[in-house]
Design a protein around this ligand. Sequence first.
Ligand SMILES: Cc1cc2nc3c(=O)[nH]c(=O)nc-3n(C[C@H](O)[C@H](O)[C@H](O)COP(=O)(O)O)c2cc1C
Length: 218
Amino acid sequence: MSDTIPDLTEKRISYTRGELRRSDLHADPLAQFQQWFAGALEGQMIEPYALSLATANAAGRPSVRTVLLRGVDERGLSFYSNYDSHKGRDLAANPQAELLFFWPDIERQVRVYGSVARLSDEESTAYFHVRPRESQLAAHASDPQSAPIEGRAALEAKFAALEARFPEGSSIPKPGFWGGYRLAPQEWEFWQGRPNRMHDRFVYRRGGEHWTTTRLMP
Ligand SMILES: Cc1cc2nc3c(=O)[nH]c(=O)nc-3n(C[C@H](O)[C@H](O)[C@H](O)COP(=O)(O)O)c2cc1C
C-alpha cells in the first residue's frame, strides 16, 4: 500500500442509481426518511445508522463527529453520548444541531436540522442497560469524554478498575454524565445523486403543523 495520495482531480463517479421527483415525496418527512432509511438498512453498508452530528458553541465555532442513531419517531431522532463531552458542552450552550446521513451505496444524503434536548433519565437508563456490559463500563471509563488522557495504559487501568468494581452479574448504574439526546426536526433535506451533478434535492420546512417542500438547485 502506498502512502502517496493520487491526483484527486480525476476521481469522481457518476450517480445513476435513482431519482427523486416531487410526486415521489411523502407529505410527512418522517415517512420519507423511514422509506429511505429502510432502503439503506437493506443494503450492504456497514453502519447506515451512523450519522455526522454538527454542533456549534456559543461563539459559533463548529464541530462535527459521528454518532449512532438509536431511535427515530414523530418526536425526532435520538443518539447517546457523554453530556460533558465537547458535543455535550456545545449542545448545552447552543441546542441547535444538524445531522447528516450519507449512504453511498444508494447515492443518497439526508440532512436534518433542529433543536436538541436531553432524553429523560428513565429513557437513557433503559437504553444504557440494553448495551453490552463492556460498553457500559467504557461509558464510565471515558469520562470526561474529549478530555486529554496521558496514555492508553491509563485508560485501560480505568477500565480494569471498573471491571473489578462491578463484577460479572452485578448491575452497572448509568453514570449521571451519560445519556441521550433527541433532535426535533425543523428542516429535512433529501438528496438523490443524479448523473452530471444534476442531483435531485428537496427540502421540507415546518410551517406550524404542516411541512412545505421545495426543490433546491443541486
Ligand atoms: C461509527 C462511529 C460511531 C460512533 N458512535 C458514537 C456514539 O453513538 N456516541 C458517541 O458519543 N460517540 C460516538 N462515536 C465517537 C464520536 O465520533 C466522537 O469521537 C466522540 O463522541 C467524541 O466527540 P466530541 O469530542 O466531539 O464530543 C462514534 C464514532 C464512530 C466513527
